[in-house]
Design a protein around this ligand. Structure first.
Ligand SMILES: [Zn+2]
Length: 443
């Protein structure tokens, strides 16, 4: 097994060496690299490519089906993505952002964690199970997106379209998202294994304010820039109302037994005690984001010269919409609290995901396997602040869970999308152990 893990780590290194950077427009992507990456998968996992059905969706998203022995059982889908975000050349040790070097017990480079790790973990496990002559009961599917980092329009959304057309419906989907980490981020001493049940929507809008043109020596009371500043000021001062959603309620209930003293009793009934705990949850920006839809102003454009009044001023707001809200409701809120006139242009519209169940057989199976592989960890369901491809799959799955079997430190988590991203070889081993058990015991 040790050699297998080392070989898997080397293959993860090779996977990293293809700089498969995604961009919002497919035309801006170096798609030859994506084709090379897929050829690398074919070379590296011969049995998977011999025994499983494979089709390429939209040219670059491979979709695999391992036919099960019992067609009466609902299929299961494992997701991953092989596109990565860009990387600066500077600051990387071990040969640069796309070296894929395996040194000091780690695989180095962009994508080693997010999310080529999942692809190698799954491929390696499937290859191993095929070598052993394993036969799944259910159909097992693999789907790999190639533009997850830029919304999944060309990958995940096209895969879902195809699956919908075929009338395929999954018992559950398992994607990246949660992992095993220190519980300090949740205020407890225990190690936690967090499973994402839901994600907030990620929507962006541009707001345009119009004012008088002319010379700045004879200005009106407000320029378009002044109006825009007033708008931003008012919206920031009056955030969206606070609410306790079911997912966050479940999360707090799961943390409660590990909190000290009275806090444990209070958090065990978060809805009852919400007026009491709300204040302290709002003090921390991580937990505050779990309680409301957020609005962040991220881009602005205005003016051309020091002595010219700007006719138009524009700003962009990124909205993260909480379950129970809609994007339209957040826009109404902005209108209402500002009481101002402006034009709105959508950049990306999205609605929040559903919340998956913690009472399903699939969830029980997931937690049981986590308990076996990470006996030190407490399983906590949670709401993800970031987005994954899995949200696109909701129409074709009973439940969608977001968990990757990796034990990560806070420093390692901080390197995702940053400089120095890496994955320990130990974590490669953990993935093989987890996925193998998970699949072998899936009934
Ligand atoms: Zn990712």
């Amino acid at each position: 097994m040790k050699e297998r893990i080392q070989a898997a780590a080397r293959r993860l290194g090779e996977a990293v060496s293809y700089p498969t950077i995604s961009h919002f427009d497919m035309e801006d992507m170096d798609l030859d690299l994506f084709t090379e990456f897929l050829a690398f998968l074919e070379r590296s996992y011969p049995l998977v490519h011999e025994k499983l059905e494979r089709r390429l969706i939209n040219g670059y998203s491979p979709l695999y089906r391992w036919a099960g022995t019992d067609p009466s059982k609902k299929p299961v889908l494992f997701l991953a993505h092989y596109d990565v975000v860009p990387a600066l050349d500077e600051g990387w040790e071990h040969g640069g952002p796309f070296s894929g070097a395996v040194e000091d017990g780690r695989v180095w480079g962009r994508g080693s964690l997010d999310n080529k790790s999942s692809i190698i973990g799954l491929m390696e496990t499937f290859e191993m199970l095929l070598e052993e002559g394993f036969q799944p009961q259910r159909d097992l599917w693999l789907a790999y997106g190639f533009d997850e980092e830029v919304n999944g329009r060309h990958g995940a959304m096209k895969i879902v379209e195809w699956l919908e057309g075929e009338g395929i419906h999954f018992d559950f989907v398992l994607d990246e998202g949660g992992a095993v980490a220190d519980g300090s981020m949740m205020g407890i001493k225990e190690v936690v294994a967090v499973i994402g049940l839901a994600e907030k929507a990620n929507a962006s809008f541009e707001f345009t304010f119009t004012g008088q043109e002319g010379h700045s020596s004879t200005p009106p009371q407000h320029t378009s820039l002044g109006y825009m500043a007033e708008f931003i000021y008012k919206v920031e001062r009056q955030p969206m109302p606070v609410r306790l959603t079911q997912t966050v309620e479940k999360m707090l209930e799961s943390i409660a037994p590990y909190m000290p003293g009275i806090q444990s009793k209070i958090l065990a009934k978060p809805r009852l005690f919400f007026p009491l705990i709300k204040g302290s949850l709002l003090k921390n920006k991580q937990t505050a984001a779990l309680l409301r839809s957020t609005i962040a102003f991220t881009v602005s454009q205005s003016g051309s010269a020091p002595n010219v009044l700007p006719k138009e001023s524009r700003c962009t707001a990124n909205l993260r919409v909480l379950q129970g809200d809609t994007t339209a409701r957040v826009l109404d809120h902005m209108k209402q609290v500002s009481g101002m006139d402006y034009q709105v242009r959508p950049i990306a519209i999205e609605e929040p995901s559903r919340s998956s169940s913690t009472d399903s057989k699939a969830y029980t199976h997931l937690t049981r396997t986590i308990n076996q592989c990470f006996p030190e960890a407490v399983v906590i369901p949670y709401l993800m602040a970031g987005g994954t491809d899995s949200r696109h799959y909701e129409p074709i799955a009973d439940n969608v869970y977001r968990f990757q079997p990796l034990r990560l430190t806070e420093e390692e988590l901080a390197l995702v999308h940053g400089t120095g991203e890496n994955l320990t070889v130990d974590n490669v081993g953990r993935m093989l152990d987890f996925y193998k058990r998970f699949i072998e015991t899936l009934d």
